[in-house]
Design a protein around this ligand. Sequence first.
Ligand code: HEM
Length: 220
Amino acid sequence: MNWFIATFRSSIGKKLVMAITGLSFCLFLALHLVGNFFYYGGGSAFEGYSAHLHQRLVLLRLAEGGLIFFAVLHILFAAILYFQNLAARPTGYVMKKSVVRKETPGGQTISSRLMPYTGLYILVFVIIHLFAFTFVDRSAGGGLYRMVTTAFHNPFYAAFYVFSVIVVGFHINHGFWSAFQTIGANHPKYMPTIKIISVVYALIIGVCFSSIPVFIFLSA
Ligand code: HEM
């Protein structure tokens, strides 16, 4: 048990938890995207997919519970690591720059620099998103298909979603390869490929998720 507590206390242990939870979110997003694509099949296909999901209530609740638990761990350890890094950093611009370079041998990118901010934004987005489509009385809204369609006929709502999934894409762009680096795939032979997969996956998430609000708004 001691090794377990020690792992959680160490920086690498926290990073490992962030990597595993982060990669699980990537998997969740891929499944969620497949589900969303049922929208293109029309009302009965989309409602059918959602009903299929809700028929397996025990599995769904287990998956939701797992997602919430992972989200709490991911956010908690991200905050702890962020403040630990901040406290360990010497003050002064020149020193700061050299320390940052040391910590990230691959150099800083926009995505990596924005990680705490994109992460916080995603948290706010997911809360808004859940109150829009999950914690609602769907029958009062005329069913899920109608609710999603009505929501994205609003240009501000559609734009908010497009912006949000682009932010998710930026977060994945750094998070994906960084997670692989943490779990030990930090090999000069594999890293360039993992970084390419990271960019491609981030693009797929950003473009494919955006396609739904854009499609609905344009077909209004
Ligand atoms: C255009 C983009 C998106 C659309 C149209 C969309 C649509 C939906 C819909 C309709 C549901 C309810 C599904 C059901 O219960 O049958 C849902 C659930 C959910 N969405 Fe999204 N979503 C989008 C993007 C995202 C993104 C980017 C994230 C995460 C960063 C996300 C996280 C979630 C979560 C956590 C749930 C709850 C899952 C559950 O309770 O089983 N969604 N989404």
